[in-house]
Write a protein that binds this ligand. Structure first.
Ligand code: ACO
Length: 324
């Protein structure tokens, strides 16, 4: 069966840097608290001309350039996001227009922080059934528009950005396997309401506003255990060990979650790509931004075994193995 191969990557981060010191002026917090609990030092915050679709389009252009693929040749654009600047049309349709991918069909998916992995998995299945397809997969978020800047529990964690990759079929290498999970029963540990309903019958007095709400300690516990379990499941199914992996690119939630994950998996720090210290948690954008940086920094050699894992609201989680 034809496998889907990542033939180009790109990313785009907003210009504005928000430091922990800046946050000290906004909520009752400290650089020391944020650094020791999360490992995050700075995050990027979108400004004028940096709507979600505009960051996504810049990441897309960079990925197309690195792949040597023209936007006009794309068949499908899939954007993973939970913070589009409009609910309808999709972010993917805005990207299609912005980059001039006239022949592509386009839509968004939402699997929160796991969105990019879920999107890649879907795209790989399109390629398995229609190998001539060229697909652009993007993870893009402007969560600065969706956090409560008075809530110190959440506003310190998140950042904006976009990452993209171009997929084509390949006879050797590419995406080898993936495992995805969801557990909707745990939705209320991490969620974001919709804008208030215009239908009075559907107004829910329990809902407190259209921004991220989180039970941090529970999320921490589930995130570590779920990512560990799904990585072990995938390694066992592939009959390989964590030592066979050349680079682990996990969802960049925070350094403590990643530290615990590395400890439980028994993986050496130099085999794990971490940039959450610079960008905070960019949700669906975190894995593709990290992938693009890893690739541009020369951390990936042809033939390397790369492992992704992620966890997010829903809950949703998964892992994916690919040959670079
Ligand atoms: N600055 C200072 N104090 C704070 C802050 C802040 N920004 N935020 C919370 N506190 C306070 C709390 O109010 C609490 O005070 P209290 O004891 O007087 O009530 C105290 O600090 C300790 O709070 P805890 O919740 O116990 O802190 P904890 O050690 O659990 O760290 C954190 C909190 C960083 C949120 C941690 O639980 C965590 O990392 N959770 C995972 C969250 C996450 O990554 N979410 C992203 C989405 S899901 C994903 O991407 C995987």
């Amino acid at each position: 069966m034809q496998k889907a191969s990542i033939v180009g990557t790109g990313s785009c981060l907003p210009d504005r840097v928000l430091s922990n010191r800046d946050l000290e002026l906004m909520v009752e917090t400290s650089d020391e608290w944020i650094t020791s609990r999360t490992g995050i030092h700075t995050r990027r915050i979108a400004g004028k001309g940096e709507q979600n679709f505009q960051l996504a389009s810049k990441a897309a252009k960079s990925a197309l350039e690195s792949a040597g693929v023209s936007a006009a040749d794309l068949d499908f654009i899939l954007v993973a996001t939970m913070s589009p600047h409009m609910i309808m049309p999709s972010c993917a349709c805005f990207v299609q227009a912005e980059i001039g991918a006239d022949k592509a069909f386009a839509f968004d998916i939402n699997a929160a922080c796991s969105g990019f992995l879920f999107a890649l998995d879907l795209a790989a299945k399109y390629i398995a059934s229609t190998p001539e397809m060229k697909i652009l997969v993007i993870g893009s978020e402007t969560l600065s528009a969706r956090v409560n800047w008075q809530d110190r529990n959440t506003c310190i964690l998140f950042g904006d950005g976009a990452g993209a990759c171009v997929l084509e079929s390949s006879d050797n290498g590419g995406i080898l396997d993936s495992i995805l999970h969801s557990d909707g029963k745990l939705w209320n540990l991490l969620y974001m309401d919709s804008p208030a309903s215009k239908n009075p019958e559907l107004l829910d007095p329990e809902r407190k506003g259209c921004f991220i709400q989180m039970s941090g300690r529970d999320v921490f516990k589930y995130a570590v255990r779920a990512m560990e379990d799904v990585v072990v499941q995938l390694l066992e199914r592939q009959n390989i060990s964590i030592n066979d992996i050349d680079l682990l690119i996990p969802h960049q939630a925070n350094v403590r979650i990643l530290g615990k994950l590395m400890e439980r998996l028994g993986v050496a720090q130099e085999k794990v790509f971490i940039n959450v210290n610079k960008y905070g948690n960019t949700s669906a954008a975190s894995v593709p931004i990290a992938l693009d940086e890893a690739s541009r920094e020369g951390r990936l050699q042809k033939g390397d075994l790369v492992l992704f894992c992620s966890f997010g609201g829903g809950f949703t989680w998964g892992s994916m193995l690919l040959r670079w």
